[in-house]
Design a protein around this ligand. Structure first.
Ligand code: A2P
Length: 289
């Protein structure tokens, strides 16, 4: 659980952390406390999730309960689409810090590439980075064209691109692009939102190692050099998802999982994102043009 990767600006980032998408403030506070109690060193949230406040509260309690310091935990959040633009990102980021009860985040991502805005937003992230309020900056849900656009106009290259990534959705082209540019691919919904856990092909592999399908997928992430942030609101699963360091998948099994790729994102982003938002945020920007 202490395994880290070194980002392209030299910052060390834990390779496995807790995700809290679709969890309310109370649930997020609880999950964060369980995760840190059981050794997690990284937490991933977003303003869009509507639970930064819960994450901040959970983090404060967990630090006190486990005698840890803020710098022991790697905290990621993301710029809300409706906040994009230079000034607006800067202004709203202060609120994010306040809700998270911290003076800096470890990683700040542009959540989605909002057309016509993400370059200005990126300049704001560069300022936040230079001001020492984010130790690393990156993007999320950026395809290759948009990553190229950022790299072309940026003075600081993104450290991370966080994409939907799981055995049925492996983003091979984006992974290759990231590798070439020394950018880490980070997996959101690494367990396919739970949907891939019943896959009989994965179950057959998991049985061989006496592990669960979730554990095999997370192990596969680690071996593929992917940063991964499984979400769970159950303590037993939060623990189970860390128990992935006592076995190694054979090259053949890694290949077997690689071959399950369907090259399809599981959700039509626009629809789920704007209509399925439990926290009342509204924003109608077409993020993928
Ligand atoms: P829950 O939060 O009720 O535990 P992803 O990270 O891909 O979005 O997947 C999260 C989904 O997978 C959630 O529905 C979560 O449910 C479930 N999940 C997380 N870890 C496990 C696990 N070890 N075994 C079974 N289901 C899990």
């Amino acid at each position: 659980l202490d395994s880290t990767v070194t980002l392209n600006n030299g910052v060390e980032m834990p390779q496995l952390g807790l995700g809290v998408w679709k969890v309310n403030n109370t649930g997020a506070s609880q999950s964060v406390q369980w995760a840190i109690k059981h050794g997690y060193k990284a937490i991933d949230t977003a303003k869009q999730y509507g639970n930064e406040k819960g994450v901040g509260e959970g983090l404060q309690k967990a630090l006190a309960d486990n005698n840890l310091k803020r710098e022991d935990i790697f905290l990621t959040t993301k710029v809300f689409n409706g906040d994009q633009g230079y000034e607006s990102t800067l202004e709203n980021f202060e609120g994010q810090l306040k809700r998270l009860q911290t003076s800096y985040v470890d990683l700040l991502l542009i959540h989605w590439p909002v057309s016509g805005k993400y370059l200005d937003t990126w300049r704001a992230l560069e300022k936040i980075y230079r001001d020492g309020k984010a130790r690393a900056i990156g993007v999320s849900n950026f395809d290759i064209a948009k990553m190229k656009d950022i790299i072309l106009h940026a003075s600081i290259k993104p450290s991370v691109n966080q994409m939907e990534f799981h055995p049925l959705c492996q983003e091979e082209d984006i992974k290759n692009f990231c590798d070439k540019h020394n950018i880490y691919l980070e997996a959101w919904s690494p367990l396919g939102g739970g949907a891939v856990l019943g896959d009989s092909r994965l179950k057959a592999i998991a049985d061989k190692y006496h592990k669960s399908v979730a554990q095999v997928i997370l192990r596969w992430d680690l071996q593929r050099g992917i940063i991964t942030i499984p979400k769970s609101v159950h303590e037993a699963r939060i623990i189970q998802n860390t128990d992935v360091y006592d076995f190694e998948l054979s090259d053949e099994d890694v290949e077997r999982i690689n071959s399950l790729d369907t090259d399809k994102r599981s959700l039509w982003y626009g629809d789920f994102f704007w209509n399925g938002n439990p926290d009342g945020f509204t924003d109608s920007v077409d993020v993928w043009d």
